[in-house]
Design a protein around this ligand. Structure first.
Ligand SMILES: *Cc1c(COP(=O)(O)O)cnc(C)c1O
Length: 497
């Protein structure tokens, strides 16, 4: 393909993208193909001779499209959103154009420096404490800073390793030898709650420490008391607490852990304190949500997925640390084939030391496009629209009388279920199994027509329906539809019981 052919095909692709977004409402959001559908229709080997762009383009329509689940659909309410935008796509096109591997500053000074600048911009936009900024207000170097990770899970592993090495340094400072400390590594414990995303457990598995899953109460929040109790028991057993993660907006219900209480414990026990705000962090662009996030200013690290609810295409997980020397201490390894570390300042970082892989895309570009083309006001309007839609849906479900809301609606997530009085045939209480089945059936019935897609969850054994509003293209029309479908489906499920 030469550049003139690229011009022709590229314009076709841009048209196809625009057509796709314009027609999303006419496609069922959830794919209904059977496993191995694609294997059956594709050749078993790559082509020996070149094929034309037009042939591949045709296959996108006929072979790929049926196997797509359409996360950008306004009718997609299944998991947390993955909100894309045209500005982000444009920025990403430039990233593909440069296709650099930006592990050190010199690999592309603009890529590194733009990331530092936009991460400070974004940090200020969500009201983060000054400790997390690369560059202080007076223009001098800060100790903190932001970095774009691929995913919240990746950020989790990175900070867990940094926290572990911080604990190792502390043990060495107490006079223990490297050997002694190595023999103690299996005693290290990371703390999080039974509502923490699976990324917590996965990170502990990967780094090889103990994952202590602290039980939550009925409000599904990690409390200071529960954390203290777990730590006390572990210390008595000779284990070494080193890390805690509180969540700002859990995946199940968007519950917010007792972040100030967790910070108290982290400070007294010298734990690395990470705050996972993968979904709800985006809401902090709106000042009205910031009181809910008290405590974040005392953590060691904070991460949110810009690619979830802030109009920036995957992957873009924004991680900030208050003191970047811990990352470098844990992850910086020099080899002769790498550029010498001539500069590593807040202004000119070697981001390879802030992440797991060496190589990295120029991801700051799409974020720069989004922040400039929406402006802070546009991003706030985007968040507030979804929060309003979620509150509206909550009100309508309550007004119907057959549903109960299972967790406070704070952001764009509505968690509810058909309540027992709505499915009871007589005055006798309905058992949990029956209510659970009715709600599982409700989700299946809602999804059956292919008009929209939602998903269920379980809150300590209780089945609940989860409606996550947040697609860039979700308008009131889509939320009207979701309400209609829920009501109709509930009537059918109750009649069929
Ligand atoms: C979605 C989510 C994650 C995982 O995000 P990835 O970027 O896919 O790793 C972690 N924590 C919370 C609270 C989430 O909602």
């Amino acid at each position: 393909m030469d550049s003139s052919e690229f011009r022709r095909c590229g314009k076709e692709v841009v048209d196809a993208i625009a057509d796709y977004y314009e027609n999303l409402d006419n496609i069922a959001p959830l794919s209904t193909v059977d496993p191995s559908y694609l294997y059956k229709i594709l050749p078993n080997e790559a082509p020996e001779d070149p094929e034309s762009f037009d042939a591949i383009q045709a296959d996108i329509e006929t072979k790929i499209m049926p196997g797509m689940t359409h996360w950008q659909s306004g009718n997609f309410f299944g998991w947390f959103p993955c909100s894309s935008s045209f500005p982000a796509i444009l920025g990403d096109m430039y990233s593909s154009m440069f296709n650099i591997v930006g592990f050190s500053w010199i690999c592309s000074p603009a890529a590194t420096e733009l990331e530092t600048v936009v991460m400070d911009w974004l940090g200020k936009l969500v009201g983060l404490d000054k400790r997390y900024m690369s560059i202080k207000d007076d223009g001098t170097e800060g100790t903190g800073g932001g970095v774009i990770q691929g995913a919240a899970s990746e950020a989790y592993i990175v900070v867990m390793i940094a926290g572990r090495e911080m604990a190792v340094e502390r043990l060495k400072a107490q006079g223990l030898s490297e050997d002694d400390v190595n023999k103690m590594r299996h005693k290290f414990v990371a703390y999080f709650s039974d509502q923490t995303h699976s990324a917590g457990q996965k990170s502990a598995n990967i780094i090889g420490c103990i994952a202590r899953i602290v039980p939550t109460g009925d409000d599904l929040r990690l409390t200071k008391q529960a954390l203290q109790a777990a730590i006390a028991a572990d210390k008595t057993a000779g284990l070494i607490p080193f890390f805690v993660c509180g969540t700002f907006g859990t995946t199940n219900t968007t519950a917010i852990d007792d972040l100030p209480g967790i910070a108290d414990v982290a400070e007294s026990e010298q734990l690395w304190n990470h705050v996972d705000a993968a979904y709800a962090g985006a809401a902090l662009v709106c000042p009205e949500f910031r009181p809910l996030a008290a405590g974040i200013e005392r953590a060691d690290s904070f991460d949110f997925n810009v690619h979830k609810w802030m109009l920036t295409n995957l992957n873009c997980s924004a991680l900030w640390v208050a003191d970047s020397k811990h990352l470098e201490n844990a992850l910086s390894i020099h080899r002769e084939y790498l550029p010498p570390v001539v500069v590593s300042t807040s202004f000119a970082k070697n981001y390879r030391d802030w992440q797991l892989p060496l190589g990295r895309r120029f991801r700051a570009l799409k974020l720069w496009f989004v922040m400039r083309m929406y402006g802070a006001s546009g991003i706030r309007a985007h968040i507030r629209k979804h929060v309003r839609q979620a509150k509206w849906l909550e009100e309508q479900l309550l007004a119907d009388g057959r549903f109960e809301i299972m967790a406070p609606v704070v952001f764009g997530l509505v968690v509810f279920r058909l309540k027992s009085s709505a499915i009871a045939k007589s005055d006798t209480d309905v058992d949990l199994e029956t209510i659970n089945k009715a709600n599982t059936d409700l989700v299946a019935q809602c999804n059956a027509g292919g008009r929209l897609f939602m998903h269920s969850t379980q809150l300590k054994g209780v089945v609940a329906v989860r409606i996550a509003i947040g697609s860039t293209f979700c308008t009131q029309k889509h939320v009207d539809l979701v309400l209609d479908v829920i009501k109709e489906s509930a009537t059918k499920v109750i009649a069929d019981l």
